[in-house]
Design a protein around this ligand. Structure first.
Ligand code: SF4
Ligand code: SF4
Ligand code: FES
Length: 316
């Protein structure tokens, strides 16, 4: 089958440092993957094209790229599935990571995030004989997170990392959860305290679900992040703005079946926290001037009772 590839190129030796688009028409077997098509380009059309791959079997995690706007393992993406009628395929390097050349990004950012969460067991004793024994159930529970192949697709498409490069990121937080929930680890609370940080910790996730959508291994980083939040709250680590925000929202729904957008930011920051309240007032005033500020009057909603009952059922 014929396919047109539109590839984003970048040459670090080019003094202008500008990237550009280049198109290639390739004739490939109908079962080819996007990686096969890219390799075809490199082998037969343009030997200057840089790309990274190794296993070609969705195991090594090295071929993450953006295909038609979202991160994918190109060795796992068949051309016929995304371009059944030979539509153009757009391939770019992954996002939120510096580009080295063409489709190859630097993984330093990714691995620095992973290093931040100390991705190794920290037990409090060494068994006198044999290995550390953990129950089957406790290990099975960790399998989803252990499936991570460090491809960086989730980091590429994380909407928070687009605006805040201090965020620890979905892959590293999923990795952190894997150790927080491992019964052999003795640093659970220390880990949670580190990750509970206002600046870049698990409360910074906006639950956009992008990492869940693009993860090729079903790790569901966002769910792991929500579990970290739950474990932190269960262990009394509730003194951050993020924790207060979650508790205030939950209280609102429990008592009135809706979130009070006017009170929520005040309760999240603390109503006597003058410094933070003043910071909130400036954007609040701007919203008010544009008539977009939430009303301080709590309007009735016909579904509030239903939501309250639903909340009670979920709590049970
Ligand atoms: S759900 Fe959270 S971690 Fe995942 S991509 Fe969105 S903001 Fe990032
Ligand atoms: S969590 Fe999924 S998307 Fe993120 S690095 Fe691991 S395997 Fe890749
Ligand atoms: S080449 Fe190894 S995951 Fe794609």
């Amino acid at each position: 089958m014929n396919v047109n590839l539109k590839i984003k190129r970048f040459d670090p030796t080019d003094s202008s440092k500008n990237s550009w688009w280049q198109e290639y028409d390739v004739d490939i077997h109908k079962d080819s993957t996007v990686l096969d098509a890219l390799i075809h380009v490199r082998e037969y059309e343009d030997t200057s094209l840089a790309l990274r791959c190794a296993c070609r079997a969705s195991i090594c995690g090295s071929c993450g790229m953006k295909v038609n706007g979202s991160a994918k393992l190109v060795c796992k993406t068949r051309v016929v599935e995304i371009a059944p009628n030979s539509e153009q395929i757009v391939v770019e390097p992954m996002g939120n990571q510096p580009v080295i050349k063409d489709l190859v990004v630097s993984l330093d950012t990714f691995f620095n995030q992973i290093k931040r969460v100390k991705p190794y067991l920290q037990p409090d004793h060494i068994p006198e004989t044999g290995e550390y024994i953990a129950s089957n159930e406790s290990m099975e529970n960790l399998l989803t997170a252990m499936n991570c192949i460090m491809c960086g697709c989730c980091v590429s498409d994380c909407t928070v990392l687009e605006v805040d490069d201090n965020f620890i990121g979905p892959a590293a937080l999923a990795k952190a959860w894997r150790f927080v929930d491992d019964p052999r680890d003795s640093k659970k609370i220390d880990r949670l305290k580190d990750l509970n940080d206002e600046d870049g910790g698990f409360w910074d996730c906006t639950r956009c679900m992008q990492c869940v959508e693009v993860c090729p291994k079903g790790v569901d980083p966002m769910d792991r992040i929500m579990e970290l939040r739950d474990i932190a709250l269960t262990n009394g680590l509730d003194n951050t703005y993020g924790a207060k925000h979650a508790k205030a929202a939950s209280n609102h729904i429990e008592h009135s079946g809706r979130i009070d957008e006017f009170r929520l930011p005040l309760e999240s920051k603390g109503i006597f926290n003058i410094k933070e309240i003043v910071k909130l007032m400036l954007p609040g005033l701007r919203f008010a001037l544009k008539k977009r500020a939430p009303s301080p009057i709590h309007f009735k909603n016909p579904n509030q009772k239903f939501v309250k009952n639903l909340f009670k059922k979920v709590e049970k």
